[in-house]
Design a binder for this molecule. Sequence first.
Ligand SMILES: NC(=O)c1ccc[n+]([C@@H]2O[C@H](COP(=O)([O-])OP(=O)(O)OC[C@H]3O[C@@H](n4cnc5c(N)ncnc54)[C@H](OP(=O)(O)O)[C@@H]3O)[C@@H](O)[C@H]2O)c1
Length: 349
Amino acid sequence: MKIAVRGAGAVGSTIGRIWHAAGHDVTFAARHAARPRALAAELGERAHAASVAGAVAGAEVVLVAVPALAVIDALQAAGQLDGRIVIDAANSLERGAFGQQQLSLRSLAGAFPRARWVRAFNSLNVNVMAGDNHREPPWVLFLSGDQQAKPAAARLIRDAGFDPVDLGGIDDSQLQDPGSALWTYPLTRDEATALVARIKSGDTAAADPLTAPFEKFRDHAPDDPAFFLAHLSRAVFEAGIWRAVDAKWDGIREAFHGFDPAQVAAMTPDQIAATENDPRVIRNKAKIRAAVQNAREVLAVLDSYGSIRAYFASFPDAHAASADMRRRFKFLGDTGVWRLLTSASRDIG
Ligand SMILES: NC(=O)c1ccc[n+]([C@@H]2O[C@H](COP(=O)([O-])OP(=O)(O)OC[C@H]3O[C@@H](n4cnc5c(N)ncnc54)[C@H](OP(=O)(O)O)[C@@H]3O)[C@@H](O)[C@H]2O)c1
């Protein structure tokens, strides 16, 4: 297929590279020509750099990978996009992970009515797309939008190593938007199909982004306090700085004794002070102290409940669990609980 990729940042370059490796002809376009040129030079044959108008003119499919509120502007130079399949990967995170405003796929279709709009590639983190964990068994990428465009988009999802799950038409795209239960939560086809069926049947608990990861954690988590403390600490350190923590995670794990709760809880004031100056760690005193305090609280949970599994099993639903975790653990807000549960349930099995 001939594909134009508008936006040569993390998502555009990652998916463009993967499609190129799968044999497609990929033309990159961005406001600044340097990055598209570098990508074309890196990939060689079948990869090109062009203006937005030039890239779209020669393409059957256009992937838009720019900030949500820039999508319309970013395509203006390409005219009406007549008949093109346009895959929009944009998410707006400007107001946090929940409750943000977002440019709907419907409004994009209103701005460019002659294009065939699909939303896809927005629902998982770009690091997941770049890595290989999603391939065996394949994780799901959702798509929704124009009926005639979806088969090509589904093929491109498969070519990127994911399993496409169709959520429906243009207005169903909100099911995969930020803050929804399906957004950034890695699922296999069976898990996704079951969850989508629950959501579409009007099950409001299932539509809540906390419910599915809570249920998976409660029902399947390894009964390992270090597993829980590692994910809890990751949520603490990640608050506000997801990407920076990714790069430092191995060092943080080492500095915190592999997240063995007893060893972390026993850290002395001198050892905590040394960690505050340890270049392997995110040097935020409040987060470091929260990690140690949380290890002590994990021991208290084990004392009261016997196991992390029993602690989770004691709650009637995700919100009760979330409220108790926010009360007990430091530096853990709504987003932190959601990060903890989604990342922990991703690492189960
Ligand atoms: N990062 C993720 O994990 C992830 C996952 C799925 C979806 N998404 C969504 O995908 C989109 C791209 O994310 P990203 O992580 O690739 O971001 P990024 O690395 O910052 O890249 C953004 C791209 O958009 C272009 N751009 C920025 N502002 C623009 C504007 N005002 N008008 C036109 N172009 C503009 C930039 O290139 P030029 O300035 O050269 O044009 C750049 O190529 C976002 O909507 C994001 O929410 C992100």
